[in-house]
Write a protein that binds this ligand. Structure first.
Ligand SMILES: Nc1ncnc2c1ncn2[C@@H]1O[C@H](COP(=O)(O)OP(=O)(O)O)[C@@H](O)[C@H]1O
Ligand SMILES: [Mg+2]
Length: 365
């Protein structure tokens, strides 16, 4: 009797649900089908029509090449990747939380703002992940990877409910290993997080990401977008002008020292910004602990758990249900599939051995 298989198996993963359905890719939650142990992972699945497109495939593989070796607490870790049922996919660490944009929206809904110290802490953590990526050296070749993320915005920073901060989506990150990640003339990344040097056609370096992290901090402090206008062209004009109001002029809780740090990160001339994300993070760290000596990393977790109380409860129940799924039938299907693939190979080996035996006996004596 055929057992019930309510969920879709995708290679060695059992798809649980879809978190986000973007135009090109969707993000799913899945259970990794291990014989002994299993866990929840996130899978980014490229829609089939894009998976067939050769240039898209190259871009996707470039993303993998860029991020596969990265191992840092502030960057989502990639576990696995490949082509399954004609679909390109990446399996990665599941972040049990929400992206920063969702936090900002939730706060707005409730008429709250991010406490200053939490905004600063999130930024410091993002700086650490990005600085690691910027200075990453490929362990196997010894060559610097020269990674620039290029798409930093609140959408691409995940905040987990237990208080960790993780940069995601190195999809367009340009590195030395990339073929031609972005074509000239096409803007990748979100428009309102571009830095002025982009418009001047300069080569982009880590200071480009630094500017986007600066905008993100400004937006957390001010609960509004920095470069906002009614159309794309007007946004670009604002970026070119790069007129940045002091955060304290919008949020009186922002101390002068933090104003200075933010304004330096958002300097139009990249030579006048902090030169590395480490330098920026260091200034923020000094400010954080001199102004808020009692701050502790767990404060972000308390804040997140309070802000998303209801969502967390629902999500826990859902995950618990996923945990109840009997994975045995799926494991058996997977095994059968693997054996099915091996059988022709074994048969081929047998034929070769037989031929060798025949040849051996023919030439002997
Ligand atoms: N590892 C993950 N764990 C949990 N949610 C994730 C994960 N990766 C992505 N997401 C969610 O999916 C959204 C889109 O993912 P992303 O990789 O940024 O794809 P896109 O290329 O569509 O921007 C993110 O903003 C986040 O909300
Ligand atoms: Mg994204």
């Amino acid at each position: 009797m055929a057992e019930e298989r309510k969920f879709d198996r995708f290679g060695r993963y059992l798809i649980l649900d879809h978190l986000v359905d973007g135009g090109m890719a969707k993000i799913c939650r899945a259970r990794f089908l291990g014989e002994q142990a299993d866990k929840v992972v996130a899978i980014k699945m490229v829609q089939p029509q894009f998976s067939k497109d050769e240039s898209f495939k190259t871009m996707f593989m470039d993303e993998i090449k860029t991020t596969f070796g990265l191992l840092h607490p502030n960057i989502v870790q990639t576990y696995d990747y490949g082509l399954q049922n004609d679909q390109l996919f990446v399996a990665m660490e599941y972040c049990d939380g929400r992206n920063l944009k969702e936090y900002l929206d939730q706060l707005k809904k409730r008429n709250f703002v991010f406490p200053v110290e939490i905004s600063v802490y999130i930024t410091i953590q993002s700086c650490q992940g990005l600085h690691y990526a910027h200075t990453f050296t490929d362990k196997l070749t010894g060559k610097p990877a020269n990674i620039v993320h290029r798409d930093i915005s609140p959408h691409n920073i995940m905040l987990t409910f237990d208080g960790s901060v993780k940069v995601i989506d190195f999809g367009i990150a340009k590195s030395e290993t990339n073929s031609e990640a972005t074509q000239a003339g096409t803007i990748k990344g979100k428009l309102s997080y571009l830095a002025p040097e982009y418009l001047d056609g300069h080569d982009l370096d880590p200071r480009y990401d630094l500017f986007a992290v600066g905008i993100t901090l400004w937006e957390m402090l001010c609960s509004r977008k920095l470069f906002k206008a009614s159309n794309d062209l007007a946004v670009l004009k604002k970026i070119q002008e790069c007129k940045v109001p002091k955060p304290s002029s919008i949020n009186p809780n922002v101390p002068e020292e933090l104003d200075k740090i933010v304004m330096k990160a958002l300097h139009k001339d990249r030579n006048k910004r902090y030169q590395t994300l480490e330098e920026f993070g260091r200034a923020l760290n000094k400010f954080l602990y001199s102004t808020y000596p009692d701050f502790n990393a767990s404060d972000l977790s308390y804040f997140a758990k309070e802000l998303f109380k209801e969502e967390i409860k629902k999500d826990r129940e859902r995950l618990y249900q996923f945990g109840q799924i009997d994975i045995k039938p799926y494991l058996e299907d997977m095994k059968r599939e693997q054996e099915g693939e091996e059988r022709p190979l074994k048969l081929l080996k047998l034929v070769l051995v037989m031929e060798q035996v025949r040849e051996g006996s023919g030439t002997g004596s």
